[in-house]
Ligand binder design. Structure first.
Ligand code: SF4
Length: 637
C-alpha cells in the first residue's frame, strides 16, 4: 500500500480528477455532496447509504475519498460491467490525477487457473482425465485442443485470470483447470500453494489502496468467517440493491448429484484397491440417489425434512458415504499431491450435507433446476444477523445505488441511528426529458385477447418511436409470445434475448438505431444505452415476485399480515426503478417508459412504486405519448 497521501479537501481532489474528463471540470453538486458525505463516513467511522440517481457520477464520488483515506478500501459491485468500468476507466483516472494509488481487482477462485489441477491433468494425461470426468468420445476429443491451450496459458500467463486468455475456452474446459473455494485446500496444504495464481492475486490486493471485488466475493468472505479478503479499513458497496439477494446465495448451501459425481471421480483415481475404490462409488451412488429423490419434487418446491422422508434418507446416505470416503482419503500418503484437494472437496460436501440435515426455522430448504439436474438449496431467510456481525461490525460501510430499496436498512440489520442516509437526486430534468405512460384501457390481463392487445400497444409505440425500443418482460414466455406477435406488426429489426449472446445483442442494439431489443429481467440491470438508439422502454407488467417463490414465501410468512407492503412492494419497486432507469442515461436523452400494467395507475399501493421512480411527467393518454415519440424520432433522423 502507498503511504497515506497528504490530505487535501475531497472537493479539490474531485475537481482534479474530473478535470481530465471530456467536458472537464463540470461541477456536479450531487457528486460533490456525495464525495463529502463518503469522506465523512470513512473518516468518522459510520455507515452511510446514498441514493445517487443516474448521471450523478457516483463512482468517482466514492473512489476519490476512498483513494485519499490512507487505509485499504474494498469496493464491491454487483455486476461485472461496473467492476470493469471501475478497473479500466474510473480508477486509472483517479490514480493519474491524485498520484500513486495502488489498485487491485480481486476475483473469486474459479476465475483463476489452478496450478494443482493443471499439474494433475498433465500427470494423468488428457485422455485418462477426460475419461475420469465422464468426457470420453467425441465430446472429450473436442476438449483436447482447448486443454492444450490452457496448459500453454499456464506457462505464459502472469495472472492466470480467465479474462486474460488469448482465446476463449468453453466453461467445461475451464472447469477442468480451475477449482471452487470448496475444493481448494488452501495455500499451506496445497503442493502448488506458493505458485498459486489466486494466492498471488490476494497478495497483490493486500498491498493495494483500493481493492475492487464483486458482491459474491464479499459474500464468500463473510461465509468463510473473514478468510478471503486482506485486512481493510472500509467497504464501499455499489449497486447495494443487490446485496441482500447475493448474500442470501453466498450464505446458503447447494447440493447436486454432479457434485458427488465429481468428488467420486477425482477420488477414485487416487485410491488403490477394491474396497477403497468402492467408497468412491458409494459417494457417486448416494449423489445419484439424491438426484432421483429431488426429481420427485417440483422445481421451486419448499421442503421440510420432517415431511420428506425420502429426502432425509438420501441425505443420511450421502453423509455416510462421504464419511466412508474421507476415511479412505485420509489414509493416502502425505506426498500424494492431489490428496489435499480431494479431502477438501469431500469435507466441504459433508459440512453442507450437515447444514441441510440440520436446517433451522431461519432457513428455507428448496429445490431448483431442471428435472434431470436438480439442486437442493438451503437459504437463510434473513441475512441481517450475518451482515451485522461480519460486515457492519468490522468497519465503516458506504452503500450506494441509483435506486436504494425501501426499508433496506432494517433488512440489512442496521438500526436507524447506526446509519446516515443521503439522497443526492439526479442532474437530469426527468419531467422535461421523459414521460411515464400507463395505458388504462388494456383490460384484464387474464381475459382472452389480452396478449394480443399488449402486442398491439407495443407495436404502435415502436412504430411511433421508429424502433429504438427496449421491451422488457417479466417472463421468458411473455417475451417469446410478444416477440412473435410484434414481429408481424412492425418493420424494425427485433433482437430477441436468447437468439445470440447478451453482449452481441446489446452491441447490435447500440449500433442500429431502428432496432428493438426484447429482453427479460436478467438484462434490466446495467444496460447503459445513451443517445438515439433508445427512446422507448416498455415493461410488460409490474415485476412482483412469483407467489410460489420459496424464499419470498418464507419472508412473507415471517412478515405476517403486512407482508405485501413490507416484502413484495419494496422488491417490485426496486426492480421497476431499475427497468425505468434504462431510459434516460444522459442530459440530452428523451423518451417514454410505458408500463403496460394499469395497477401502476389504479392500485392502492401505486404510490409506493411511483415514489421509487424518477420525477417523470406522467400520462395515460396514448395520443400524447405517440406524438412525443414521433417528435423525438423526427429529431433523431
Ligand atoms: S491453492 Fe492449490 S488447489 Fe487452491 S487454487 Fe491454488 S493451486 Fe489450486
Amino acid at each position: 500500500m502507498t503511504p497515506p497521501p497528504t490530505q487535501e479537501p475531497v472537493g479539490d481532489a474531485l475537481t482534479k480528477v474530473t478535470a481530465s474528463l471530456p467536458g472537464g471540470g463540470e461541477d456536479r453538486p450531487g457528486q460533490r455532496r456525495m464525495a463529502e458525505a463518503v469522506e465523512e463516513a470513512l473518516v468518522e467511522h459510520h455507515h452511510l447509504i446514498v441514493q445517487a440517481g443516474t448521471g450523478t457520477g457516483k463512482s468517482l464520488a466514492y473512489l476519490v475519498p476512498s483513494a485519499l483515506l490512507g487505509k485499504p478500501v474494498v469496493v464491491a459491485t454487483a455486476t461485472k460491467a461496473l467492476q470493469e468500468q471501475l478497473a479500466s476507466r474510473d480508477l486509472p483516472l483517479v490514480a493519474s490525477a491524485l498520484g500513486d494509488v495502488v489498485v487491485a481487482v480481486l476475483k473469486g477462485r474459479t476465475n483463476y487457473l489452478c496450478r494443482q489441477r493443471t499439474a494433475e491433468l498433465e500427470e494423468r494425461g488428457f485422455q485418462a482425465s477426460l475419461a475420469e470426468d465422464g468426457e470420453s468420445g467425441p465430446a472429450g476429443e473436442r476438449l483436447v485442443p482447448q486443454l492444450q491451450r490452457l496448459i500453454s496459458f499456464e506457462r505464459s500467463t502472469a495472472s492466470g485470470d480467465r479474462a486474460d486468455l488469448p482465446e476463449a475456452v468453453s466453461d467445461r474446459a475451464w472447469s477442468m483447470v480451475s477449482v471452487s473455494a470448496r475444493e481448494c485446500p488452501g495455500k499451506f496444504s496445497c503442493p502448488q500453494g506458493e505458485r498459486c495464481f489466486t494466492e498471488m492475486a490476494r497478495a497483490h490486493a493486500a498491498e493495494a489502496d483500493v481493492i475492487v471485488i464483486n458482491l459474491h466475493l464479499l459474500g464468500a468472505h463473510l461465509a468463510s468467517g473473514g478468510q478471503v479478503l486482506p485486512d481493510y479499513g472500509a467497504v464501499v458497496i455499489d449497486e447495494v440493491h443487490e446485496l441482500e439477494e447475493v448474500m442470501t446465495q453466498s450464505l446458503g448451501v447447494e447440493l447436486t448429484a454432479n457434485r458427488f459425481r465429481t468428488i467420486a471421480s477425482s477420488s477414485r483415481s487416487l485410491l488403490k484397491g477394491e474396497s477403497p475404490k468402492a467408497q468412491a462409488t458409494a459417494v457417486a451412488d448416494a449423489g445419484e440417489g439424491l438426484g432421483l429423490t429431488l426429481a420427485e419434487h417440483d422445481e421451486g418446491e419448499e421442503l421440510h425434512l420432517s415431511q420428506a422422508e425420502n429426502l432425509a434418507t438420501s441425505l443420511t446416505l450421502c453423509d455416510a458415504a462421504l464419511r466412508g470416503l474421507l476415511a479412505e482419503l485420509r489414509k493416502l500418503p502425505e506426498d500424494e499431491p492431489a490428496g489435499p484437494r480431494a479431502v477438501s472437496a469431500a469435507t466441504r460436501a459433508l459440512e453442507d450435507v450437515g447444514r441441510l440435515r440440520g436446517a433451522s426455522d431461519d432457513e428455507v430448504l428448496w429445490v431448483s433446476g431442471p428435472k434431470s439436474a436438480r439442486s437442493l438449496n438451503l437459504s437463510p431467510i434473513d441475512v441481517s444477523a450475518a451482515l451485522k456481525e461480519g460486515l457492519f461490525g468490522a468497519s465503516p460501510v458506504v452503500m450506494t445505488s441509483a435506486t436504494v430499496p425501501l426499508g433496506i436498512e432494517r433488512r440489512l440489520g442496521l438500526d436507524e441511528e447506526e446509519v446516515k442516509a443521503l439522497d443526492v437526486g439526479s442532474p437530469f430534468d426527468f419531467r422535461r426529458q421523459s414521460i411515464l405512460y400507463v395505458p388504462t384501457d388494456l383490460g384484464d390481463r387474464r381475459a382472452e385477447g389480452a396478449e394480443e392487445r399488449i402486442a398491439e400497444e407495443i407495436s404502435a409505440l415502436i412504430n411511433a418511436a421508429g424502433g429504438r425500443t427496449l421491451a422488457l418482460f417479466t417472463s421468458r414466455r411473455a417475451l417469446n409470445e410478444a416477440a412473435d406477435r410484434v414481429a408481424n406488426q412492425v418493420t424494425h429489426p427485433l433482437l430477441v434475448q436468447g437468439a445470440s449472446t447478451n453482449r452481441a445483442l446489446i452491441e447490435d442494439f447500440r449500433d442500429h438505431e431502428d432496432a428493438c431489443l426484447f429482453a427479460t429481467m436478467g438484462m434490466w440491470q446495467g444496460l447503459d444505452i445513451q443517445g438515439p438508439s433508445l427512446s422507448l422502454v416498455t415493461i410488460d407488467r409490474l415485476p412482483f415476485g412469483r407467489p410460489d417463490d420459496p424464499l419470498l414465501e418464507a419472508r412473507r410468512r415471517r412478515a405476517g399480515s403486512g407482508a405485501f407492503m413490507s416484502v413484495d412492494v419494496p422488491r417490485a419497486a426496486t426492480l421497476l426503478a431499475q427497468g425505468v432507469g434504462r431510459l434516460i442515461r444522459s442530459g440530452t436523452d428523451r423518451g417514454v417508459v410505458a408500463v403496460l400494467d394499469d395497477r401502476l395507475a389504479k392500485a392502492g399501493y401505486r404510490n409506493a412504486l411511483l415514489n421509487a421512480l424518477p420525477d417523470m411527467k406522467r400520462s395515460i393518454d396514448r395520443l400524447e405519448v405517440l406524438s412525443f415519440l414521433r417528435e423525438i424520432a423526427a429529431e433523431a433522423d
